[in-house]
Design a protein around this ligand. Structure first.
Ligand SMILES: [Zn+2]
Length: 426
């Protein structure tokens, strides 16, 4: 070094992560706005207002954005009459990048579950911040993820960083009911062509979700014969038959418990069955009448190594055989709904790239997990057959009182999203 001469410091450009650290309020203000517009589902309130705002946000960030109202005919087919006056919308934004061959899709749902109970800050839609946490319905599930993604896009744009892939962003309806008019509609009808997808929930902290269980929801109706309550031997008591049938499930449960699968994080994962989340006695039940109807639901969780069709066939056959062994036990079985399980092997380069981003930002080892609950990942993973992961800021008390997200985690997810979209080339 020559004394008296000017030696410039090596120039270090502001990175998206620096930008995020310096502008936390840009994220928090948006999250407070998102939470303040209550998109409670059911019934599906304020979707119009929320999606108009989201579309504008994406446009301001340089994306080609469009809002898709669901056609009336589809809404009428999918929703019960009392919900049809609440319009459904999905938002799609695209950022084509010159020379990029692959496309990365970010997805979040913007609806939230209904509220109840006494909240610490009064309104469940306050967005109040206290000791590093932001409170309100949707902060954890999953408007926090939307705010983190908007922040990531803003930081990338503001710092002149270049996305390494084409980007697609979707904000979808109705995940808290069945997603049929949300992500279910999107993967079937919207002009998307993703090679990889991130559903921004399911994994949080050092944990990245690479799959989830599926569901098979059935209702079993037991048909008896009514009689006067003073002459019970003249009827067939549907409740007693149902009780016997429920008890007969023991060997089925034992069989499921033996069906183990070791997940990437080394946990033993098993299919499960939950009986009678809902059970009914049917109409016309009276204390002095032998019950002629009884019904119960079955929530069968299907693990990724099982085939859905086989699981259903096996369960239906089991019910039929069990009922046949109970005298006068006549049953019918109805399917309520199903969601497919999904799993992507985390050895894929997409997962390696995500692990690098998560570990780079958080300074801790990344873990891949398979979730027992489900989210919208299966629409991309099972339906579109593309590598799909679940990751977002998360939070605590999902669906409960005082739902909240940690500001530190919201910022960390924004950095992880920004890093992935500027480094992973596919
Ligand atoms: Zn959610």
């Amino acid at each position: 070094m020559v004394p008296g001469r000017f030696h410039p410091q090596p120039f270090r450009a502001v990175t998206p992560a620096d930008y995020i650290d310096r502008h936390p309020n840009e994220l928090l203000d948006r999250l407070r706005h998102l939470v303040g517009v209550s998109t409670v589902n059911p019934p599906g309130e304020n979707y119009d207002r929320q999606t108009a705002w989201l579309t504008r946000e994406l446009t301001d960030l340089g994306l080609r954005s469009r809002r898709y109202p669901l056609p009336k005919a589809i809404v009428q087919r999918a929703l019960p009459p009392e919900l049809q006056r609440y319009p459904r919308f999905n938002v799609l934004g695209k950022l084509p990048v010159r020379g990029a061959k692959r496309t990365l899709h970010f997805n979040a749902h913007y609806d939230v579950v209904p509220v109840s109970g006494a909240w610490k800050h009064g309104s469940p839609f306050s967005g109040a911040i206290e000791r590093g946490w932001i409170y309100g319905r949707g902060t954890a599930d999953m408007k926090g993820s939307i705010a983190s993604l908007l922040m990531a896009l803003r930081a990338v744009r503001a710092t002149g960083a270049r996305p390494s892939m084409n980007l697609e962003v979707s904000f979808t309806a109705d995940e808290e009911t069945d997603s049929a008019l949300g992500t279910g509609w999107l993967v079937e009808h919207a002009p998307i062509r993703p090679d990889y997808a991130i559903v921004m929930e399911g994994g949080e902290g050092p944990t990245v979700c690479c799959g989830h269980n599926g569901t098979l929801w059935l209702e079993v109706r037991v048909h008896g014969r009514p009689a006067h309550g003073s002459l019970p031997h003249k009827g067939i008591n549907a409740l007693e038959k149902m009780a016997a049938l429920i008890r007969a499930f023991a060997p089925y449960k034992q069989m499921l418990a033996r069906r183990t699968w070791r997940t990437p994080e080394g946990r033993l994962h098993r299919p499960t069955v939950n009986l009678g989340g809902v059970f009914h006695c049917g109409e016309g039940a009276k204390i002095n009448t032998v019950p002629a109807h009884a019904s119960f639901t079955i929530d069968r969780r299907v693990i990724p190594i099982e085939r859905h069709a086989t699981a259903e066939r096996e369960l239906r056959a089991f019910i039929a055989a069990a009922a046949a062994k109970i005298p006068d036990c006549r049953v019918t079985v109805h399917k309520i709904s199903e969601n497919y399980s999904c799993f992507s092997e985390p050895t894929h380069p997409f997962f390696r790239a995500m692990a690098e981003c998560v570990t780079g930002v958080r300074r801790e080892e990344t873990v891949f997990n398979v979730s027992t609950g489900f989210n919208d990942m299966h629409f991309f993973s099972h339906h579109l057959k593309i590598p799909t992961l679940g990751y977002g800021p998360g939070g605590v008390d999902y669906h409960g009182v005082d739902e909240r997200a940690e500001v530190k985690e919201l910022l960390a997810s924004a950095k992880i999203y920004a890093q992935l979209m500027t480094t992973f080339r596919g």
